[in-house]
Ligand binder design. Structure first.
Ligand code: FES
Length: 478
């Protein structure tokens, strides 16, 4: 039976993203067995794997941490001592049973050798078999075996510091590292698990543990019923895995899966970029977190009654810290004079401009001016998911209008599969430039965001170039 690894573990072991592995699988360069990968196949696909090179994953982790407004976990990146002890105990038990199995096989081998020398009448057959056994024991494709053993050793260390969670019925899987709860790790990996508060109050994150063990890492006020406890329900925001887990958990797959929420938020930070553009950071109360899908929008209402709808520019991985790019402030002076600490009522999520998570096509993002807001959310979500095969962002704006240029450059610097092309000036000329780069659109997924006039021009030009209707996703600014 070959040693099989899930996609998350295999990607982590060879230091690449899951999308890089999936690309190889699609091209037939790496085979899978019921969705898992044999260590020998992994080594064949990545013969030059450097066991300690995790540069790419560290860059992705940094981007995810920034999108979540967290540091890159704590200094050690390790689980609590209790979790470490529990995992080490389990691995010691496995080691003991493997050792006793190995002992039994060695005894069998000795007996077989003995019987061969005693029993076979045919001298030539006997010596052929003995020589074959000897050679096999000595060589045994030593180089490959050494590499596989090195990979297995690394996998064992990984199993101590990170447990794997598989969600059913979706089949999504991810690693829980450090002191993360099962919920935090799901969000960090771009999965839309059901939740409401992230601190043990609402009970919305409860899920059933089908196999494996968890440990409670924080107190919760929400009380699970006796029947729920008996059935194995736990709160995902208050538990971390001790072992690999299979859980039955609710996830959002479409906009219809997330209810409309009303939350009273507070202005946490204001960044006035120029007279007509304000980057607004809102924070929800500790007991409430906004659940939404990347690319969706919210209606913001001020105490005086003024209200407007804006795209959420931040990642759904952090539903407490929400970012908005407010434009046309001259038309909306009440928003222009917002102050730090002011209360803002928020009603969300709205809209259907979301990432096509199951698509394996390269993603092309076309943003005009502050149409960058939902595109930023979509890109951060796509990076967290690690399943988008490649990103190309074209941001069209007036000179000086690429107000988060450094962020886009940082994505392009950090990720091998990310390209960023800032364009200035005339809309039609800029779109012509995009179509020169992509004359063939039948194999890309296009995300388009900007004001009405830009969207209309872009839609017409993309259709002329035979972009299939189902691959065009539009976020239009009011
Ligand atoms: S998210 Fe509210 S209890 Fe876990």
């Amino acid at each position: 039976m070959p040693q099989l690894l899930t996609l998350s573990r295999a990607a982590r072991l060879v230091g690449v993203t899951r999308s890089a592995l999936q690309k190889k699988i699609r091209r037939g360069e790496l085979s899978t067995f019921e969705g898992e990968i044999a260590i020998t196949d992994l080594l064949r696909a990545y013969p030059d794997t450097k066991m300690h090179d995790t540069t790419m994953l560290e860059r992705v982790e940094r981007i995810k941490a920034e999108a979540m407004h967290t540091t890159q976990r704590d200094d050690t990146g390790l689980p609590t001592p209790q979790v470490l002890v529990a995992r080490l105990t389990l691995i010691s038990k496995e080691l003991l049973s493997t050792k006793s199995e190995l002992k039994r096989y060695l005894e069998l081998f000795d007996t077989l050798t003995q019987k061969l020398s005693e029993a076979a009448d045919d001298n030539s057959l006997r010596s052929t078999l003995q020589n074959w056994l000897k050679t096999e024991m000595q060589s045994n494709e030593k180089k490959d075996t050494d590499k596989a053993a090195e990979l297995l050793a690394k996998d064992t260390v990984l199993r101590i510091i990170a447990a794997q969670v598989k969600m059913i019925p979706s089949g999504h899987e991810y690693l829980v590292e450090g002191k993360d709860s099962i919920l935090e790790a799901a969000l960090r990996n771009g999965l839309s698990m059901n939740y409401g508060c992230d601190n043990g109050n609402c009970g919305l994150c409860k899920a059933r543990i089908i196999s494996g063990e968890v440990q409670q890492i924080r107190h919760h006020d929400y009380i699970l019923s006796e029947a729920e406890k008996q059935m194995g329900y736990k709160l995902m925001c208050c538990n971390t895995p001790l072992t690999d887990l299979v859980i039955e958990a609710a996830e959002a797959h479409s906009v219809a899966d997330i209810p409309l929420q009303q939350i009273e938020t507070k202005v946490k930070k204001l960044e006035r970029l120029h007279d007509n553009l304000l980057v607004l950071h809102l924070q929800t109360p500790r007991s409430k977190t906004l659940r939404f899908l990347a690319g969706q929008s919210a209606t913001l209402t001020l105490k005086e009654g003024n209200s407007a709808e804006y795209f959420i520019a931040s990642c759904p991985c952090d539903g407490r810290q929400l970012e908005f790019h407010l434009d046309n402030l001259s038309d909306n002076p009440a928003f222009s004079s917002l102050k730090k600490g002011q209360m803002v009522n928020l009603e969300a999520p709205k809209g259907e401009f979301i990432l096509q998570e199951e698509s394996t096509r390269p993603a092309l993002f076309l943003a005009y001016a502050h149409g960058f807001a939902p595109i930023k959310s979509l890109i951060e979500h796509g990076i967290a998911l690690e399943t988008v095969s490649s990103f190309h962002l074209y941001w069209i704006a007036q000179p000086g209008g690429h107000y988060q240029n450094n962020l886009c450059r940082a994505w392009a610097d950090a990720l091998d599969n990310f390209q960023y092309t800032p364009l200035t000036g005339d809309i039609k000329q800029s779109l012509t430039r995009v179509l020169e780069d992509y004359p063939e659109l039948k194999d890309v997924e296009v995300y388009l965001s900007g004001p009405k006039s830009f969207v209309a021009d872009a839609e017409a030009m993309l259709r002329e170039h035979n972009l299939p209707e189902t691959q065009l996703h539009v976020g239009e600014l009011n």
